[in-house]
Design a protein around this ligand. Sequence first.
Ligand SMILES: Cc1cc2nc3c(=O)[nH]c(=O)nc-3n(C[C@H](O)[C@H](O)[C@H](O)COP(=O)(O)OP(=O)(O)OC[C@H]3O[C@@H](n4cnc5c(N)ncnc54)[C@H](O)[C@@H]3O)c2cc1C
Length: 448
Amino acid sequence: MRVAVVGGGIAGLAAAWDLRHVAEVTVFEPNRLGGSILTTEFEGRPVDEGADAFLTRVPEAVQLCEELGLQDELVAPAVGASALWANGGLQRLPEGLVLGAPSDLGGLLQSRILSPLGLARAALDLVLPRRRPAAALSVRDLIADRFGAQVADRLVDPLVGGIHAGWTGELGAAEVTPQLVEATQRARSLLLGLRGTPKSGGGPVFLAPRPGVGRLVEALVRSLSEAGVRFLTEAAQAVTTISSGRVVVEPNPEPFDAAVVATPARRTAELLGPDAGVDALVRVPTASVVLLTASFPQPLPPALNGFLVPRAERRLMTACSFASNKWPHWSEPGRSVVRVSAGRHRDLRALELDDDALADRLLDELGQALGVALSPTATRVSRWPDAFPQYLPGHSALVAAVEQSVSQHHPRVALAGSTYRGSGIPACIASGRRAARMAALGSEVTAI
Ligand SMILES: Cc1cc2nc3c(=O)[nH]c(=O)nc-3n(C[C@H](O)[C@H](O)[C@H](O)COP(=O)(O)OP(=O)(O)OC[C@H]3O[C@@H](n4cnc5c(N)ncnc54)[C@H](O)[C@@H]3O)c2cc1C
């Protein structure tokens, strides 16, 4: 069987990995293998330009690393606290937060993040009756219903909105915070429900290959090549259409028996064409982000891995990672590397600035947050246009309908990638592996 994998991001590569022994596989990627994953040298050391770690709770990334023999290269970030830039300074985030939502009021009380009124409103969660069913709500509505607007806007939005480069007032609770929805089902009080969240089996929450996440892509591409997978990576080989029945990938009119389409949503809709019933993909909004990496000849605040910035602060930056605290091997002792993020859905200010102006603005804000003037020894700007799909309420139903339509119109075509069932690396790997099974078997498989 000949299978085309269209898109060489981690989802497409994971699909190729599972297909390599059962099919003759060709990966089409006109830009760069790895897609949103990129590790390059910064001041002589490999430093990630995008993702810098993956969750271990969703096991697919760790599993894939093990299959590639990378297990001994995996390292956990240094343990450190996180902070919030609020009330004119960096406030440590309290213990006991689950995606920013409190499972303990004591910690909240001690932090200066909420006002006395905000704290009192948060405590009402313990006595309020059950409100609206959480699954159809936005994340913000779910949290504001239980804990009030301050917890929603000062704690949950910076974290959950930050992960997705979106606004929790638009992101679907069931889609991006299923843990919170499950907690509302466990108890009338969300706080008490969160206390009952099953504990993970211990071990680090995040891991990454020591030479950066790009190492995963590099190992995958090498092993796939050794297994005979063909890579077509010239821009001229970009796929333009995928037609039904016999899957033909244009402009290379090569017949394929099946295809995994692991391109961004809008591209996927274009490739499959107007008759495939996938127009809804065009309606999945995306957010663009930029990431400034900067190094300094001075150490960073100790034991702090970074800070988040609530949107009410009206800053350009959305978050700052004290990267060389988190990953000590990214810099020499006494020096430091930070990664500052900007840009989210509907906030295009960062995209409109050129690299120099952007770096100046973000360094100025960083200096204000730390209360020092900063002179970097090097800076690098990484731009990630449309990299973050926004999962609005109802996204899961939209995905189910699109998949149903594809399986009817193109039975040997399967979709994969960050658009569908999670945008983290482990979820993208899971979607690639699922799509590989669907394309190879030509039938639906148990949903992941
Ligand atoms: C700045 C940033 C930080 C992140 N941090 C983390 C993190 O810490 N942890 C985490 O788990 N996740 C993180 N993510 C998310 C994660 O990296 C991505 O969601 C994931 O890598 C997306 O993989 P993908 O294969 O779905 O899509 P992509 O990586 O976007 O790959 C899609 C590929 O399709 C190709 N393509 C487009 N058109 C065509 C065509 N016509 N023919 C063939 N190919 C085509 C593109 O060139 C691209 O390579 C981050 C993302 C970004 C941008």
